[in-house]
Design a protein. Structure first.
Length: 326
């Protein structure tokens, strides 16, 4: 097997990426792990054929491991995570998104065993709840990037993240429940926060965004797709924030020409405004804003299509006019 050949020729391998390699087996990963004790980074996205056997072998033979990205592995369970948590004390970066069998049981072992963690990314892990969030907040003070998109997480767990003084990026898209007060408290307490993703949390409102704009002293990115906001949220960002560069309010149906125009006029920092499917924003208005504020990228269906065509022309593409006319 290829992995065995690689391992036999070099025992100094520090990084391996076998993502989308469906022919790789647990046996191959076990051999690689055994022969590469210095392995630091292991990535295996969408290797649905691999089981706990692989991750247990990596955990057992590679104690210096710092990064494990194994998203979309259906067979992975808490047993594999427990081995990582008990044997890989140097772990800093984990990604278990769409590993549907993982639960709090395995996550809490990692939180208690891997105190140097800096990055966690989870996605659609429905068995992961507030208990996991609380455990990571209490045991992993160096966390900088935290993502629990689509997990069974609520404000009761999220509020514990206020303990993380180094938190710089927080992704809470489409979690089970999230209230405005919790978000405001996190922004007030986590002073290093630079990126906040609240998309698909319908309850997030204008008042919350105003507080975010006022309190987020280092915030550069704010994602609010499908939130319960109006033009006032955009006006508040333009008025109160000196740092926010990226704002996405796609699918926020109450956003109008006024909000888009006023944030463009007043913001000193804005460089990107996402307006996809904000149907009350007139495309003529957007075209005027594009001309008036060339330093800002405005994203709508039409504007994105125009930019794609421009790039294609720059790369030498020419339309086949004969095919179009036939």
């Amino acid at each position: 097997e290829l992995l065995e050949k690689i391992a036999s020729r070099s025992q100094n391998i520090i990084e391996i990426n076998i993502s989308d390699c469906r022919s790789m087996s647990d046996t191959g990963v076990c051999v690689l792990a055994f022969k590469c004790p210095g392995l630091l980074r292991y990535t295996a996205y969408r290797c649905k054929q691999l089981s706990d056997t692989s991750i247990i072998a990596v955990a057992s033979h590679c104690p210096l491991l710092q990064k494990v990205h194994v998203g979309n592995q259906d067979k992975l369970t808490d047993e594999g995570l427990k081995q990582l948590g008990s044997k890989c004390r140097e772990l800093k970066d984990i990604h278990f998104g769409q590993c549907y069998k993982i639960s709090d049981e395995g996550m809490i072992v990692i939180a208690k065993g891997c105190l140097k963690l800096q990055r966690i990314y989870m996605q659609e892990n429905k068995l992961v709840t507030d208990q996991s969030v609380k455990a990571f907040a209490e045991h992993c003070p160096e966390l900088q990037y935290v993502g629990f998109m689509g997990c069974s997480v609520t404000s009761k767990g999220v509020i514990h993240l206020t303990k993380l003084r180094n938190l710089s990026s927080l992704d809470l898209r489409h979690i089970t429940e999230l209230d405005n007060e919790t978000v405001m408290e996190i922004v007030k307490r986590c002073k290093n926060l630079s990126s906040l993703n609240l998309c698909l949390n319908w309850i997030i409102n204008d008042r919350c965004v105003e507080v975010i704009a006022k309190e987020g002293q280092n915030l550069k990115e704010l994602y609010l797709v499908s939130c319960k906001i109006t033009d006032y949220a955009l006006i508040a960002i333009g008025r109160y924030s000196m740092t926010i560069e990226t704002v996405d309010v796609g699918w926020c149906k109450e956003i109008t020409d006024q909000g888009a125009t006023l944030i463009a006029q007043s913001s000193k920092s804005l460089r990107y405004l996402g307006l996809m499917r904000c149907d009350k924003v007139n495309e003529v208005t957007v075209e005027q804003l594009v001309q008036q504020y060339p330093h800002i990228t405005f994203s709508t269906v039409l504007q994105d299509c125009k930019r794609t065509l421009e790039r294609a022309y720059q790369m030498g593409w020419t339309p086949n006019m004969s095919a179009a006319s036939s």
